[in-house]
Design a protein around this ligand. Structure first.
Ligand code: PEP
Ligand code: MN
Length: 346
């Protein structure tokens, strides 16, 4: 029979369990050939046991000192589930935080086109107190005949923008051959909607020591998104931010249909932070603010939006980028609503 290395059990320690008691359970699991994922919680420490079911089942876990309860993990996703970590994950990047009340406000151009375009946008969004700068150097374009991004040159421009503004960088990785370059330059590695189920790429970033922004696939269910995140986390990288960016439906008035319901569902199912990209969902700049407002009101932990000095001349996603001159108003609205929702812009 094939061995399924999935965490089958949750071992909930009592609130008064000592570090030695936790260590003892971990040691017994490891002796039995299992891995133990220890999640210290506000109320109690939870240990997820990963390994062969029979070996784990043979351990008298309930009898060990400090163990309160042993429960099966019923969901197909394990490490990302709320069951394993009832406390929300907070992701910290260069002193900026996302999750558990901290709101990530990420803005910047769709694509790095040229130095001044990126620097001007970075300065403008920084002046409005955003927490991170976005910008694509490697672009997943539908047509092979359109601008594909500046690649490594684009990464250099982004690094310059970070040096000037201090804003952490979010940029997309598309090809495992660029892992080193992107991991080196980026503070958050974006995996785009089109690569959400590129499982080898997911495992690759799971081995990177940088947070990952994982965007929901265009036709992916919420469960598939969570399973994709599981690929990253099981490699040891638990710093994953999920992003709802609209899905394909029969509706054509907007570029995609923003699945607002996904926000509260994800927040119930996972401890990972959930942000929203209203720009790609809308596909038109007049709808970006109302969709962003809806996202904040529905409990999102952040938003990621596209901004450009002259969107009418943008080489990619011209119709949806917010002009730099309109961004102060946009940021005002977001700040007001985030504060109404009890969020602190991280
Ligand atoms: C992007 O954010 O640059 C992007 C291409 O988005 P998505 O992968 O959601 O289409
Ligand atoms: Mn774009």
């Amino acid at each position: 029979m094939a061995t399924v290395h999935a965490p089958e059990l949750l071992i909930v320690m009592s609130g008064t369990a000592t570090p030695e008691e936790v260590e003892h359970v971990v040691a017994r699991l490891e002796e039995a050939g299992a891995q133990a994922h220890v999640t210290p919680g506000k109320q109690a420490t939870v240990i997820g046991a990963i390994g062969e079911r029979e070996q784990i089942a043979a351990l008298p876990l309930e009898g060990y000192a400090g163990v309160e309860q042993v429960l099966p993990i019923l969901k197909p996703y394990k490490l990302v589930s709320r069951e394993i970590s009832p406390d929300p994950t907070v992701i910290e990047v260069r002193g900026r935080r996302i999750g558990d009340g901290y709101f990530g406000f990420i803005a910047g151009p769709c694509t790095v086109e040229y130095r001044e375009q990126t620097l001007e946008t970075a300065r403008a969004v920084n002046a409005e107190g955003v927490t991170m700068l976005r910008g694509g150097a490697f672009k997943p374009r539908t047509s092979p005949y359109t601008f594909q991004g500046l690649g490594l040159e684009g990464l250099k421009i982004l690094v310059e923008a970070r040096e000037e503004t201090g804003l952490p960088l979010v940029t997309e990785l598309m090809d495992p051959r660029h892992v080193d370059a992107v991991v080196d330059a980026a503070d958050v590695i974006q995996i785009g909607a089109r690569n959400m189920q590129n499982f080898s790429l997911l495992s690759e970033v799971g081995r990177a020591r940088k947070p990952v922004l994982l965007k929901r696939g265009i036709s992916a269910s919420i469960e598939e998104l969570l399973m994709a995140a599981e690929y990253v986390v099981r490699e040891g990288n638990s710093q994953v931010i999920l992003c709802e960016r609209g899905i394909k439906t029969f509706e054509t008035a907007t570029r995609f249909t923003l699945d607002i319901g996904a926000i509260p569902v994800l927040k119930q199912e996972t401890h990972l932070p959930v942000i929203v990209d209203p720009s790609h969902a809308a596909g038109r700049r007049d709808l970006v603010l109302p969709l962003a407002r809806a996202a904040v009101a529905a409990g999102a932990d952040g938003i990621i939006v596209e901004v450009h000095p002259e969107p009418e001349h943008a080489l990619c996603d011209a119709a949806q980028q917010i002009p730099v001159r309109d961004f102060p108003h946009f940021a005002d609205e977001i700040r007001a609503l985030a504060s109404l929702m009890g969020r602190v812009i991280g």
